[in-house]
Write a protein that binds this ligand. Structure first.
Ligand code: AMP
Length: 426
């Protein structure tokens, strides 16, 4: 027996009933971001593997374990995008956006791919909405982006929201701190998880992310990067906090917040929602002033965030759903012709109505039932020469008057009658 075909593990179909909520979210995000000057960009679903290896970082979980990489047949390795910031930085360079007036503000929404252990709220293909601002290191941009994501989550009714905030400083101070942290981790290596122990030298900061109880114990007393920021970084961070205070955004400083990507500098943040359980991260981001240069471009400041569509919907308030009601349903009675029904539905749609016609060979009774199921406001019942318009809310039924000088009722006459009814004109 052949195996039943199913969507691959960790993926899902976005079914018709799922789209109302997703479309509403997309429109909210677009309105919010575009009124703050962000413009939409979409990059390809796959990119050169090297982009992520260099941009996200060789030692990160994403690059080491989670990328869907494949040979494109020409000996070139490509990867389904696991995140959006590296591709946008690539596009920024490729299209000479560094020559545009700074900051260049961009937003995106689309699918991303990570080979993770699939569970509730964690998928292998998931969708993100994200925003990035390149070309300025002004702390007002960090704060603006945080406020925008806060507003979006708030509008979506995401419950039990917390904002965790920290600063990672810049590479210089971070290097010195990393050495200190490595020394500390080596000194306590016997209590760490094997995973963390194996990567002490490669990625010591990752130890803060571990779930392993022994590792968590050790990390409680570990030296903290936030205590080792240089003066400029500390000042930048203080600015960001002051602006968030001005905007009345509550946050918690979390010195263990490192986020799984190498490119972050200075501000990092994450919004969590208790409603999500174990996978509590709903959206996050930070500043990445070194990324564009790391990818071979000019020195460029950048800051941004990404938020998971599925997690926002899971943690958000129930969105209204159900298809928009049908305004005109075109039914056929004895003698009515399918061509006329078709022409009527086309004319109705051209006039901007949500119109449907009978397409399953039902009896007239069955058609009225179907119109009712669709929530139709009017039903046009077509016969050989004449037609009637039934108001489904009052069950009143009236003949449609043919155009002057005509015997048969035209599609346009039916649509006009429906429009008069919908607009409440007698
Ligand atoms: P990250 O790029 O890891 O910071 O992810 C940003 C946001 O994308 C997270 O806060 C989640 O909402 C979402 N996200 C990341 N990975 C997944 C996944 N595997 N499944 C579903 N959502 C995800």
């Amino acid at each position: 027996m052949t195996e039943r075909l199913q969507a691959p593990r960790g993926t899902f179909d976005v079914l018709p009933e799922d789209w109302d909520a997703r479309t509403a979210l997309e429109h909210r995000a677009r309105d919010l971001l575009e009124s703050a000057g962000y413009r939409r960009i979409e990059t390809p679903a796959f990119e050169a593997t090297e982009l992520f290896a260099r941009g996200v970082g060789e030692a990160t979980d994403i690059v080491q374990k989670e990328m869907y990489s494949f040979d494109d047949g020409g000996g070139r390795s490509l990867t389904l995008r696991p995140e959006g910031t590296a591709p946008i930085s690539r596009a920024y360079m490729e299209h000479g956006m560094h020559k545009l007036p700074a900051p260049v503000k961009l937003w995106y929404l689309g699918p991303f791919f990570r080979h993770e252990r699939a569970q509730a709220g964690r998928y292998r293909q998931f969708w993100q909405v994200g925003a990035e601002a390149l070309g300025s290191d002004d702390p007002a941009l960090d704060a603006e982006l945080i406020v925008l994501l806060h507003t979006l989550l708030d509008e979506l009714g995401v419950r039990d929201l917390r904002l965790l905030l920290s600063s990672l400083g810049q590479p210089g101070a971070r290097e010195a701190y990393r050495d200190q942290l490595k020394e500390y981790l080596h000194a306590h290596a016997d209590r760490l998880s094997s995973d963390v122990r194996a990567r002490i030298d490669l990625n010591p900061l990752r130890a803060f992310d571990a779930d392993h109880p022994g590792t968590r114990e050790v990390m409680k007393d570990a030296p903290r990067l936030i205590d080792h920021l240089d003066a400029a970084d500390a000042e930048h961070f203080a600015h960001v906090r002051a602006l968030l205070d001005k905007a009345d955004i509550a946050y918690e400083i979390d010195p263990t917040l490192v986020r799984g990507l190498d490119y972050y500098t200075r501000t990092v943040f994450e919004f969590t929602s208790e409603a999500l359980g174990a996978q509590s991260g709903v959206g996050g981001g930070g500043r990445y002033d070194g990324l564009v240069q790391m990818l071979g471009g000019p020195p460029t400041a950048g800051v941004g965030w990404a938020a998971g569509i599925e997690r926002m919907l899971l943690a958000g308030a129930e969105a209204p759903h159900g298809a928009a009601p049908v305004e005109l349903f075109v039914a056929l009675d004895d003698g009515g012709r399918r061509e006329d029904a078709f022409a009527t539905v086309v004319a109705a749609r051209r006039a901007g109505l949500h119109a449907e016609m009978e397409l399953a060979g039902r009896s007239l009774k069955g058609q009225l039932k179907q119109a009712d199921r669709l929530g139709a406001r009017y039903v046009a019942i077509l016969r050989a020469q004449e037609a009637e318009l039934r108001d489904m809310s009052s069950a009143e039924q009236e003949p449609v008057v043919p155009d002057e000088g005509e015997d048969a009722v035209s599609p346009e006459a039916i649509v006009s009658a429906a429009l008069r009814g919908l607009r409440g004109v007698a």
